[in-house]
Design a protein around this ligand. Structure first.
Ligand SMILES: *Cc1c(COP(=O)(O)O)cnc(C)c1O
Length: 229
């Protein structure tokens, strides 16, 4: 199947899930995860009207960005190393994968130095499956207490990756938990922090994520087909 058919099919599924929850497309953003994909494939999707693309490696973003239209909104969704900030901060619409206070501090310092402002999400490790992908729940409030004082970082919400191989119920519980955490954070009215974005849902669980309040879906395989690494 071609990209166009895949994209159309995904939007049908998205619309069905939105409808089920009385939501509209307005607060839903589809990010095409283009890691390992060629410039030609990305351009083909762009020509179909897709403007949001996600990459998980800073160098790949660096290599692709200058060769593609500049109204593409890039999303950094993978672990970000301190020495790669220059490829990402000030170049992305949103950094989804801020997974430590140290990284948030470094992003703020870099952004300040370069007179840009960084839009970020805090990545939460709800499942605690040993991979340590983000903040654990009990760290999050203390982290935000500090991050809210950063002059060049704006927190827009939370991101999580549900581990593979969960039952639908387990998967749903993870999404419900992160939604609840975002509601609790919003209620605290921190400075420079809003909880407008909930980045969750991938090829295998995006309909479920929409039902539980996702605003930003990160979908790779269902759009582009299987990746061969
Ligand atoms: C690769 C990736 C995705 C997309 O995964 P698919 O299963 O291909 O849809 C989403 N989020 C992150 C962080 C990823 O690295």
């Amino acid at each position: 199947m071609g990209l166009k058919e895949n994209l159309n099919r995904i939007w049908l599924e998205i619309d069905a899930a939105l409808k089920k929850n009385g939501r509209s497309r307005q607060d839903l953003h589809l990010i095409a995860v283009s890691k390992t994909r060629s410039l030609a494939e990305i351009k083909e999707l762009y020509d179909l009207g897709q403007l949001d693309f996600g990459e998980n490696k800073a160098q790949e973003l660096r290599d692709k960005q200058p060769n593609l239209p500049n109204d593409i909104r890039w999303h950094m969704i993978g672990h970000l190393q301190s020495n790669k900030l220059k490829y990402v901060v000030g170049k992305c619409a949103l950094i989804h994968s801020v997974d430590s206070l140290k990284l948030a501090r470094e992003i703020n310092e870099f952004a300040q130095k370069h007179q840009v402002s960084a839009n970020i999400l805090l990545q939460l490790d709800i499942a605690r499956d040993g991979k340590k992908q983000g903040f654990v729940e009990k760290e999050i409030n203390a982290a935000i207490e500090e991050i809210q004082t950063f002059s060049h970082v704006q927190v827009h919400g939370l991101m999580t990756i549900a581990p593979f191989g969960l039952s639908t119920d387990e998967n749903r519980q993870i999404f419900q938990r992160i939604k609840q955490i975002s509601v609790d954070i919003q209620a605290k009215n921190y400075d420079n922090v809003n909880m407008n974005v909930l980045s969750m849902g991938m090829s295998n669980d995006f309909a479920l994520a929409i039902e539980e309040g996702a605003t930003h879906l990160r979908i790779g395989t269902a759009i582009f087909g299987e990746r061969d690494y």
